[in-house]
Design a protein around this ligand. Sequence first.
Ligand code: ADP
Ligand code: ADP
Length: 227
Amino acid sequence: MIEFKNVTKSYPNGVHALNRISLQIEDGEFIYIIGPTGSGKSTIIKILNGEEVPDSGLVIVDSVDVGSLKHRKVPKYRRNIGCVFQDYRLLPTLTVQENIAFALEVLGLPKKMIRKRVQEVLELVDLKEKARAYPDELSGGQQQRVTIGRAIANRPKILIADEPTGNLDPEKSREIIALLEKINAMGTTVVMVTHDIVLVNEFKKRTITLDQGFVVKDSKKGGYVSV
Ligand code: ADP
Ligand code: ADP
């Protein structure tokens, strides 16, 4: 479970990015976080993956008090969290299968297991035929599917996606949501930040709306957002 309790975060320039945010996300949920630019969406994600620390309040992820995590414990904590970004961030000199394998190699998984996992992931993201292609030989939709595969290769409990469809057309965006739904159905909690109101209204899920660092709405099933 993910819990934010009265979380406040400001940056050194004095900007209040989050103001006494409280929310709970249960294991296995798929939620959207929406809101205008600057409303605090990325700050929530950075706190979740241990990149930023709240000024006050409590952030608990699977019983770990993330706000008071020691620096040296952050890498181990992050193993439970897969991250996907708008701009793919694949390693350009590695093939698709090497990109996925690399994420597991740095975790020190045995070679045999890595090979097996890479095959499973390629199948899941439907890119077996592109295993030996390089990122620049793939379409945007394909690259994002590789990124998602890489993010979940280690079977994290939580997948965080920050604007994963931001560079994709509506059809490719739907494919990405369908893939995230498949991963969610396998038991992974999915937290997706998005600007794409059309998607939010089409694939209805719990939707948390931020504005100026406040939670202004938390609705069970989306589908209510005006375009
Ligand atoms: P969103 O993801 O919704 O666009 P952010 O969490 O990125 O919102 O930003 C919330 C507020 O914090 C904004 O006013 C932004 O300018 C500010 N902010 C974000 N990151 C930093 C930073 N590293 N230093 C200073 N201000 C920041
Ligand atoms: P997807 O549905 O996976 O996003 P597309 O339908 O966009 O893929 O692309 C179909 C085929 O064209 C793919 O096999 C892909 O390799 C190739 N392709 C698409 N866009 C590009 C691109 N920008 N550069 C190289 N190949 C591309």
